[in-house]
Design a protein around this ligand. Structure first.
Ligand code: ZN
Length: 289
């Protein structure tokens, strides 16, 4: 169809249209191809994303080149996003190489510092036509064992969200609402009332981190409350790795990467399509043309 696009317009359309766009963390060429095929078949807009770790592992130039080929060949709008970046140099390097969206994560700093850092990134990225995502509050990790009051303290505060968006001009916001990175041990405790207040307070598209393993009806509820981007990372890695483990369990001597990469790719693709149907982005590509 064309070139990689900024995710800003995609996500604004999603928020307005009442659906969520799935953003998949990919680590290999096969994972990237799997989610592209999945989105192309379902005619869904797509956000490809990589962690800083993967940028360092594969190289931003290789990642951008692969994503550009995908955007050229596919018939859907595709954005390439840098997930959770705390390193300014890496972020700038990715923008220079051709990423069309970046997350500056200064959520571990105090509010004022988060504002300053994010503001600077928004200035640079906007000049390059690149989307910016920032985080307020703290998204948990699966290993975290914390009390209810601690949990509440980590949630994003609606008034802060309003001030943060005003002060930074950030086009997309990831407010912590009780989700965690990784796979949940029990049921996730999403603070829907908090999400609803934030959603009513700010107009920018909202981003849900820790989207792996959230029950289907809770995903739908998040979408109805303004979540426009769903990050899926851990679940995708597990699907990919389990498929490979399955092949090696049956054929311990297998040494042709195609024999285990092709089934792994199929598993990733199937899971990606399930997520797209759930968040409602399937069939939405045409609205963005
Ligand atoms: Zn995250």
């Amino acid at each position: 169809m064309g070139h990689l696009i900024s995710s800003t317009s995609m996500l604004q359309a999603a928020r307005k249209g009442g659906y969520g766009i799935t953003a998949f963390n990919v680590h290999t060429l096969e994972m990237l191809q799997a989610v592209i095929e999945a989105a192309d078949e379902l005619q869904s807009p797509l956000i490809l994303q990589t962690t800083v770790g993967t940028v360092k592992h594969l190289g931003p130039d290789y990642i951008v080149a692969a994503a550009r080929v995908a955007a050229k060949n596919a018939s859907i709008p595709i954005a390439l996003h840098l997930d959770h970046c705390t390193e300014y140099d890496v972020l700038i390097q990715c923008i220079r190489e051709g990423y069309t969206s970046v997350m500056i994560d200064a959520s571990m700093r105090n509010f004022e510092d988060n504002v300053e850092i994010t503001k600077e990134v928004v200035k640079v990225a906007t000049a390059a036509g690149v989307n910016v995502e920032a985080e307020l509050g703290k998204v948990g990790g699966v290993e975290d064992d914390i009390s209810v009051s601690e949990e509440d303290a980590r949630l994003a505060v609606p008034e802060d969200c309003v001030r943060f968006v005003e002060l930074t001009g950030v086009p997309t916001l990831a407010p912590a609402i009780g989700t965690a990175h990784g796979i949940y041990v029990g049921e996730p405790k999403i603070a829907f009332d908090r999400l609803e207040r934030i959603s009513k307070s700010v107009e920018v598209p909202l981003v849900l981190h820790g989207g792996s393993g959230i029950p289907d009806e809770q995903v739908k509820r998040c979408v109805s409350l303004g979540m426009a981007k769903f990050n899926v990372a851990t679940e995708l890695r597990i699907a990919f790795s389990d498929a490979i483990k399955g092949i090696f369990n049956q054929h311990p001597n297998e040494n042709d990467p195609r024999k285990y990469m092709i089934p792994a790719k199929q598993e990733v693709k199937a899971l990606a399509q399930k997520k797209m149907l759930l968040s409602g982005c399937a069939g939405r590509a045409k609205e963005l043309r």
